[in-house]
Design a binder for this molecule. Structure first.
Ligand SMILES: Nc1nc2c(ncn2[C@@H]2O[C@H](COP(=O)(O)OP(=O)(O)OP(=O)(O)O)[C@@H](O)[C@H]2O)c(=O)[nH]1
Ligand SMILES: [Mg+2]
Length: 292
């Protein structure tokens, strides 16, 4: 009997969860950034081998929420922990041994699935420190960036999966639609090119995706919270939005494997991060009361 199940990757912001998902799936699905809080949704990546299928859930970094968008991010991460068959608790090796997942995430009850503690960014350690950390029982040292230690982690995860037929066709790599990933790539580009509060005030929606057109026509809207942010995104003589559009278009072309015409717009949706209606419009789900 093969093994199959849900593997949730959770941990503090910026520890490399999305980089790990991309490494396991072998394709850039989840956006990554040196800035924390880049992932806001649950990102699904599917990894299938001869005898195991892992449905990997990348999650927003666990933090203490300060406003409704962060509450939605936290409850998304907590729900993904509840759904897991196996949990990879990822931490930054350069910060030493982490507190337990329950402690770090301030969970009201321990997570229901077995937890593997993986310390990432081992490439940034000196050899003495690396050996010292590797000597701790129950800790797997990895580098999502170089791939070091990832096969060993995968073997340990596979052993903990329940016996089950595969849940998805073997060649499936995600359950999310391409337009979701397109919007995320635009947001990643904003994280790369803009700083301070602006990227955090940005949400992106694909409003038109003209299947069959050549080049593939995609209209996407960058939503910001204030007029002043809109002015920054547009830039002098439209220079910034042009450069955002060019960089995002290249990433989208790599994803869809064809030429793309990216029609990029900027709109203001005042204080959307605090507004439940706006959050649900962007697909960010606030807590249902459970698991908070
Ligand atoms: N040196 C090193 N850097 C890494 C490694 N893995 C990830 N990073 C870097 O760490 C930063 C954060 O990576 P992400 O994958 O976006 O982290 P995350 O945990 O998904 O972050 P959030 O979604 O914001 O919670 C990026 O700059 C990555 O390139 C690693 O193994 N080694
Ligand atoms: Mg992430």
């Amino acid at each position: 009997m093969p093994r199959a199940g849900i593997v949730t990757v959770a941990g503090k912001p910026n520890v490399g969860k999305s980089t790990l998902l991309n490494r396991i799936v072998g394709q850039k699905l989840s956006i990554t950034s040196p800035k924390p809080q880049s992932t806001r949704d649950r990102i699904v990546g599917i990894h299938t081998t001869d005898n195991a299928q892992m449905v990997i859930l990348d999650t927003p970094g666990l933090l203490n929420p300060k406003y409704p968008l962060q509450q939605a991010m936290r409850s998304t991460a907590v729900r993904a922990l509840d759904e897991a068959d196996v949990i990879i608790y990822l931490a930054d090796a350069t910060e030493g041994l982490p507190p337990s997942l329950s402690e770090a995430a301030e969970l009201s009850a321990p997570p229901p699935a077995p937890v593997i503690v993986a310390l990432n960014k081992s490439d940034a350690l000196n050899s003495v420190r690396r050996e010292e950390l590797a000597s701790h029982d129950g800790v797997v040292l990895i580098s999502a960036l170089t791939g070091d230690g990832v096969p060993d982690l995968m073997t340990r995860v596979a052993r903990l999966l329940p016996e089950s037929p595969f849940l998805y066709p073997e060649d499936e790599i995600s359950t999310q639609p391409v337009r979701f990933f397109v919007a995320e790539l635009v947001r990643e580009t904003v994280l790369e090119q803009l700083h301070d509060e602006v990227p955090y005030s940005v949400a992106v929606q694909v409003e038109e995706y003209r299947e069959g057109s050549s080049p593939l026509y995609i209209r996407a809207v960058i939503y910001v919270e204030r007029e002043s942010q809109k002015a920054i995104i547009v830039g002098g003589k439209g220079a910034r939005i042009k450069s955002l559009g060019e960089a995002a278009r290249k990433k989208i072309e790599a994803l869809v494997g064809e030429k793309v015409y990216l029609d990029l717009w900027v709109k203001v949706l005042a204080n959307w991060r605090k507004n439940p209606g706006s959050l649900s419009r962007f697909g960010y789900q606030l807590a249902t009361g459970k698991g908070k």
